[in-house]
Design a protein around this ligand. Structure first.
Ligand code: IMP
Length: 426
């Protein structure tokens, strides 16, 4: 029963969509286990580009089962829009299943997300304003509405009546108008008809696939440093992108997982606020942003950019139990005279090699760099490790050494075929 978790090793946007799409060919089932439409997974097939927010990136292979697991918070309007857009472009979406236990995002979640960010002012988190935080707050606070409740008209109305009593008071505190039950029922009525046929009890479905020895890929959204426990709190998302989140968010036990692959860009990026030790606000950062097209898939915001940070990657190895690394966007580093890797931090007189839990310490950390020769060749056509120029290969080997896990896959361009497969991920 080969089950592999694919997890972002940095602050999200590592290219998980492309890697999932590549590996989905070998998988029988792809499962999203957390997050919501804050995620933006870009998949390029031939010359066509697709941007997914909720649908797992395995959808482009007909016949694969794609599961939106119980740990995801689902905006029904976004999901229906995404399904229609995929179908309009000829993608077969019949393999999609939605967990009856997943929570839904309601209009007041998005309003509260925006209102709370506005109130935080300078101290804002920089959320995607898709209602993610408020939806997870309701889930944990036991006032959320699940897909199963949403699809039962009587239960949906009853739950909304209960929730709106509190939500309208809360919105009033932020000077925002409230909602009537009827207005939400009217907006959401069209969505339930589309989602009803997809909604099933997903943990038994995944269990059956594993028992039949099918290959199941668990696709994480965001990244390790955006995990609410293991990330740069409070500048994090409200879910568990880390590998352990796959167990909770898909309903499978930890003993069923065989491998965990961390996806890491060959440099580092971050959107939203919070400390970022290798951030380069000068020429290098600008060059990486421009060459790498580093603008958010969901919000279009320019991403903050800097050199690869292996302090972060070692943290990702530890908290996820990584067995391998998928190194993406290596082509973006081509053409640089020298390339740098951050191997440790300096904090005052101290040298730190473990990612610090205190944000105040992290904000005061200065990166310690190791410099390697760059390479000038365009590597977009490389399909084996030997096709890479020696300096590029040396960079990959050094990353492996410093991180302590093997690089099993390298992406040298956005297209599906622009991938070097080195080791098995199963
Ligand atoms: P939220 O998930 O919208 O609440 O945003 C919380 C933090 O996570 C912000 O810094 C966002 O920019 C960041 N974030 C959320 N989703 C993604 C993603 O898919 N990629 C990168 N950053 C993300």
């Amino acid at each position: 029963m080969p089950a592999t978790v694919l997890v972002g090793a940095q602050w999200g946007d590592e290219g998980k969509g492309k890697v999932t799409d590549y590996l989905a060919e070998q998988a029988d089932m792809v499962v999203r286990y957390q997050g919501g439409s804050n995620a933006g997974h870009t998949v390029k097939i031939g010359e066509e580009e697709f941007k997914l927010h909720l649908v797992p990136s395995g959808i482009f292979y007909p016949g694969k089962t794609c599961v939106i697991g119980n740990g995801v918070v689902v905006d029904p309007g976004v999901l229906v829009g995404e399904l229609r857009a995929l179908q309009a472009r000829g993608v077969d979406t019949s393999g999609l299943r939605l967990s009856l236990q997943a929570h839904i995002i309601l209009p007041y979640h998005k309003d509260l997300d925006a209102a709370q960010e506005e109130m935080r002012g300078e101290d804002r988190i920089g959320t995607t304003q898709r209602g993610i935080g408020p939806a997870y707050i309701d889930k944990v606070g036991r006032t959320g509405i699940r897909v199963a409740d949403f699809l039962d008209p009587e239960e949906f109305r009853r739950r909304l009546e209960i929730c709106l009593k509190e939500k309208n008071k809360l919105l009033g505190l932020y000077g925002r108008p409230g909602y009537t039950v009827e207005a939400i029922l009217e907006e959401y009525a069209g969505y339930s008809a589309v989602l009803q046929p997809l909604a099933v009890d997903t943990p038994p479905l995944i269990d059956a696939a594993l028992k039949e020895k099918k290959k199941v890929l668990f696709e994480g959204a965001q990244g390790t440093l955006l995990d609410v426990d293991q990330g740069t709190y409070p500048f994090v998302t409200s879910s568990h992108p880390v590998a352990g989140g796959a167990c909770v968010g898909a309903g499978v036990g930890p003993t069923r997982i065989n491998k965990v692959i961390g996806v890491a860009k060959a440099y580092t990026t971050r959107v939203g606020e919070g400390p970022f030790p290798t951030e380069d606000k000068g020429a290098v950062g600008t060059a990486l942003r421009e060459r790498g097209g580093e603008f958010g898939t969901t919000t279009g915001r320019p991403r903050r950019c800097g050199w690869l940070d292996v302090v972060i990657l070692r943290h990702a190895v530890r908290v996820n139990g990584l067995t391998g690394l998928a190194l993406t966007k290596l082509d973006v580093l081509s053409g640089l005279e020298r390339v740098r890797i951050c191997t440790a931090y300096e904090y005052g007189e101290q040298r730190i090699s473990d990612f610090p839990p205190s944000l105040k310490v992290l904000a005061g950390c200065r990166p310690v760099y190791e410099e390697l020769p760059g390479w000038q060749e365009d590597i977009g056509g490389a399909r084996t490790l030997d096709d890479l120029p020696p300096a590029c290969r040396a960079y990959v080997r050094r990353v492996e050494e410093l991180v302590g896990v093997p690089v099993v896959l390298i992406a040298v361009g956005p297209r599906r075929d622009q991938t070097i497969s080195i080791g098995s991920v199963w």
